[in-house]
Design a protein around this ligand. Structure first.
Ligand code: A3P
Length: 300
């Protein structure tokens, strides 16, 4: 098994996050207008954070020439709850309660580990999910660049074995996806389930879904399609990757910001998978997700 992860509740957790997860479950009070952005790592979190931040704050920041997303990385504008609460608990709870509303917060926690106040209040959750093939490659490329992990020197084959066994940060990935998938089926007004591939193929359409799901005032405005197009353009992969603020510097002293923007494509996995890896992961996808109704596009 993996030397740097612990099985905590029912997921694999970095030891440095356990305190934050516990704190979120014990001390966080969700507000009814909170917006949570949930994801399994490397599924499109950065993109979703940018889009949702722009949508929720469009009245505060209506200029697309001087938008905060042009001068801050999306992870600086929208932090993960379990990360925020991993240190200085009382100060952080205070700044959370003073955040401008609606608050937009991220989380990588599986649905079953969310604070009760999140699942029970009327706050909304948007989940983004990505096909397990591209997610693995994106994770592999990212993890090997993280300061704390790269020194462990995994091979691609070892990382793949762990991934197939569900042993990755916040994994198993199938349990993560299915938790939110099932919830989105029973409570469609609570959980909006998005797929990276869909968002990639028709960004405007799916951004409209987000706008409607959040009951954003953008819908009522006569300029709604222009606003949506501006938001989509602001958050485009090429545009964000090219911003000075996303090219240099670190996020939380763990990983360079540039590593959040790698290729941004569907189907790059083909350049990494051997025939036996394809066979193995396809079987696992069928075994774990078959019958759930959840399926993915794996080629562009
Ligand atoms: P690749 O590694 O395949 O390029 P996360 O944000 O959850 O960490 O996921 C990162 C993945 O999303 C990376 O995939 C990254 O390139 C891609 N990504 C980041 N910003 C994006 C954007 N604005 N549009 C599309 N994809 C984006």
């Amino acid at each position: 098994s993996s030397p740097y992860l612990y099985l905590f509740q029912d997921f694999w957790c970095l030891p440095s996050r356990i305190q934050g997860v516990n704190n979120s479950q014990k001390h966080f009070h969700a507000k009814d207008n909170d917006v949570f952005l949930a994801s399994f790592p490397k599924s499109g979190t950065t993109w979703l954070k940018a889009l949702a931040f722009a949508i929720v704050n469009h009245q505060r920041f209506s200029s697309f020439d001087h938008h905060p997303l042009l001068s801050s990385n999306p992870h600086q504008l929208v932090s993960s709850l379990e990360f925020i609460l991993s240190h200085d608990l009382h100060d952080q709870l205070l700044s959370l309660s003073n955040m401008s509303e609606p608050r937009v917060l991220g989380t990588h926690l599986p649905f079953s580990s969310l604070a009760e106040s999140i699942t029970k209040s009327s706050c909304k959750i948007i989940y983004i999910c990505r096909n397990p093939f591209d997610t693995f490659v994106s994770l592999w490329e990212f993890v090997t660049k993280m300061k704390s992990v790269s020194s462990l020197e995994f091979t691609l084959e070892e990382a793949f074995e762990n991934y197939c066994n569900g042993i990755t940060v916040f994994g198993p990935w199938w349990r993560h996806m299915l938790g939110y998938w099932n919830e989105s089926k029973t409570r469609p007004n609570k959980v909006l389930f998005l797929k990276y591939e869909d968002l990639k193929e028709d960004t405007v359409f799916h951004v409209k879904r987000i706008v409607e799901f959040l009951d954003s005032p953008i819908i009522q405005g006569g300029e709604s399609s222009t606003v949506i197009e501006n938001i989509v353009n602001l958050c485009r992969f090429e545009k964000m990757k090219d911003l000075e603020v996303n090219k240099s510097g670190y996020i939380d002293n763990i990983v360079e910001k540039k590593h959040f923007f790698r290729k941004g494509e569907i189907g790059d996995w083909i350049n990494y998978f051997s025939p036996s890896m394809i066979e193995k992961l396809s079987k696992i996808v069928e075994e774990k997700l078959g019958g759930s109704g959840l399926s993915f596009k794996v080629h562009s």
